[in-house]
Design a protein around this ligand. Structure first.
Ligand SMILES: NC(=O)c1ccc[n+]([C@@H]2O[C@H](COP(=O)([O-])OP(=O)(O)OC[C@H]3O[C@@H](n4cnc5c(N)ncnc54)[C@H](OP(=O)(O)O)[C@@H]3O)[C@@H](O)[C@H]2O)c1
Length: 351
């Protein structure tokens, strides 16, 4: 057998396989298949993480189904859609393993890695690189990966990073003061559930808006009031808010204007070119403002999220857990729109 620079034979290297959920075509949940693929090898600046849990969130559903997402259906400006199309793959997915957040354990570390050692429990966010529906993944040590909060189980930690780092980045720029009134439109989702908790942490009185299934869940996150968008339009309630955080952009500035205080802000996590113009115009005019922001999803924010988790300011609730082999069922369940919390994919049970 011929050796290589690690002193291992070619046949041995070839044998290093792992299980992963792979999709090679866009479409419904059934496109997700359990397969054996090559196990990744960490570079000098990377850690190899043995994944214990991942999640099914907005990004996974969007990426799996991207062929159906026209510029109109896409929640961002046309140019972003073009970039996303090139990034995800025009006809078929370029990145074939989904999963943008995870918790697991460091299995190996490249020789330049200083922040982690073998055996460290970690959690992290991979953004569009995805890859967490697999037994192993590699993360650069300066990527969005950190020691898992001790206060959380692995599955709770696996569903935390995405929503919390997005909500934290967008909300901490808003200077929310104690006693202010904040409305979160989309409060039961990944970003919204963290936004409700963060706004409460900043001392605001919080109203959460979501569908009927999520009402109790949003209350359990600390919302002072919960509105069912199927029964009531919050813009007709006569309530006035200092901040309306519209996550999916289901409302609009023109509809929310009368529900904003004189210097109130209408914050969008997803926006089109129209909202960008509104942001520019309202910034010049003063008074009620539109704000559109993109979060980078970086290590700094993940570390802040970990601190907030450790002091009990952010929690996650796992509604359902599915083993890796049942990723199809997990995606189907999320698409039903009935979840009351997050959905975790358990890649490997802790022994
Ligand atoms: N700005 C950034 O940096 C950034 C980063 C990542 C993502 N995003 C954007 O964030 C959005 C995804 O957020 P997410 O992950 O939190 O989504 P998500 O987990 O799918 O949650 C969506 C939320 O919206 C609610 N909702 C659905 N229809 C609604 C309606 N008509 N009125 C009010 N609420 C409604 C849902 O409630 P029910 O489940 O009860 O229907 C749920 O609470 C996308 O638009 C994405 O583009 C922005």
């Amino acid at each position: 057998m011929s050796g290589n620079k690690n002193g291992r034979g070619q046949a041995e290297i070839m044998e290093e396989k792992m299980k992963a959920i792979v999709y090679t075509e866009y479409g419904p949940p059934d496109v997700l298949k359990l397969k054996e693929v090559e196990k990744p090898v960490p570079r000098d600046n990377e850690i190899l993480v043995r994944v214990h849990a991942a999640s099914v969130n907005y990004g996974d559903i969007l990426a799996r189904n991207f062929k159906e997402i026209s510029p109109r259906k896409f929640n961002m400006p046309l140019l972003f859609w073009v970039f996303a199309k090139l990034l995800f793959g025009v006809r078929k997915p370029k990145t074939t393993i989904l999963g943008n957040e995870f918790a697991g354990e460091v299995e190996a570390a490249g020789k330049a890695v200083k922040r982690f050692k073998v055996g460290d429990p970690v959690f992290g966010y991979r953004g569009q690189s995805m890859g967490a529906y697999a037994e192993y993944l590699c993360m650069p040590e300066n990527g969005a990966v950190a020691i898992k909060p001790a206060a959380m189980s692995e599955e709770e930690a696996a569903v935390a990073p995405y929503g919390a780092i997005m909500a934290l980045y967008l909300l901490r720029k808003q200077d929310i003061r104690p006693g202010q009134k904040v409305l979160v439109n989309g409060a039961s989702g990944g970003i919204g559930s963290a936004a409700v908790q963060l706004a409460r942490h900043y001392g605001a009185e919080v109203t959460g808006v979501c569908g009927a299934p999520g009402q109790d869940y949003v209350k359990s996150l600390g919302a002072d009031k919960v509105v069912d968008y199927g029964k009531e339009d919050f813009t007709n309630s006569g309530e006035i808010y200092d901040l309306i955080f519209d996550i999916l952009g289901k409302s609009s500035f023109s509809r929310c204007k009368n529900s904003l205080s004189p210097n109130g802000r209408y914050l969008r996590a997803s926006f089109k070119t129209r909202e960008l113009w509104q942001m520019l115009w309202t910034a010049m005019k003063g008074g009620k403002r539109v704000i559109c922001l993109l979060a980078p999803g970086n290590l700094e924010d993940l570390l802040s999220v970990r601190e907030l988790i450790e002091v009990g300011k952010i929690k996650t609730i796992v509604d359902r857990r599915f083993p890796l082999a049942q990723a199809v069922e997990a995606h189907r369940y999320v698409e039903l729109g009935q979840k009351k919390g997050s959905v975790a994919i358990i890649v490997e049970e802790r022994r």
